[in-house]
Design a protein around this ligand. Sequence first.
Ligand SMILES: [Zn+2]
Length: 285
Amino acid sequence: MPEGDTIYRAARTLHRVLAGKTVTRFESAFPAVTRIADDHPIVGRTIEAVESRGKHILMVFSELLVLHTHMRMNGSWHIYPAGARWQRPARDVRVLVATADAVAVGFNVPIVELLTPRQLARHAQLRALGPDLLSNAGPAESGRTFDRAEAVRRLRARDRDAIGDALLNQRVVAGVGNVLKSEILFVAGINPFAPVARMSDEELERLVDVARELIESNVLDRSQTLHPSSGRRTTRRMDPNENLWVYSRGGKPCRRCGAIVQSRNSGAEPRWTYWCPICQGHNDR
Ligand SMILES: [Zn+2]
């Protein structure tokens, strides 16, 4: 699943290329979306803004219609200059928004909806999202600020969950995916399987701070790309082979203490968790 930083950068790139431009072509593979677009044409509207909320992307058109997309596991937005060759086949297109000089193509995007502001405000999935770890990374005029106390309160409400599961739960905090989950817990020195109940408020506050620092550092100093998992970095090392602490490093020595990094596949979806038994061992079980 793409991480919140990937989605944030995708939204920022879409905004940079599309905002202020007029839509010249709109297509969707979803009949419900096409029907709304027939009744309330998107072509001719201005793209006002593109923004992310957790892992959701909202494209706001003039006269208040919002295109909501969610990438799940395999969806991605690509953006091409008009006339350029696409990197994916046309059969994978789920939604397309073109302007005079660019085309944004949503490939294999599983969730595409056109919403009025009223529907947006009532949207169950969006309303349920926990505080967005990237709230403070946006433009100051957005007025969005990250609510750490609310994030800690929502973590505390999942007392019986393993901390790794709680951190990945978008209703607790929005933005953490599988890679960052393992990395955040390593940096915070917390065992992924420890129940939330075992954590002090100070530990949860520190965990939330680490989460925000890591995800922000991955959007603020990187080149623009719309593709997931390209060069995420948590170690501050420039070598692309040393860019992560534990994720995908099962069986290799911990970069900090040399112990063997452990891995475990838990949950219904294959979600591997990686951790160092020494650096993160003190609050196991
Ligand atoms: Zn270690």
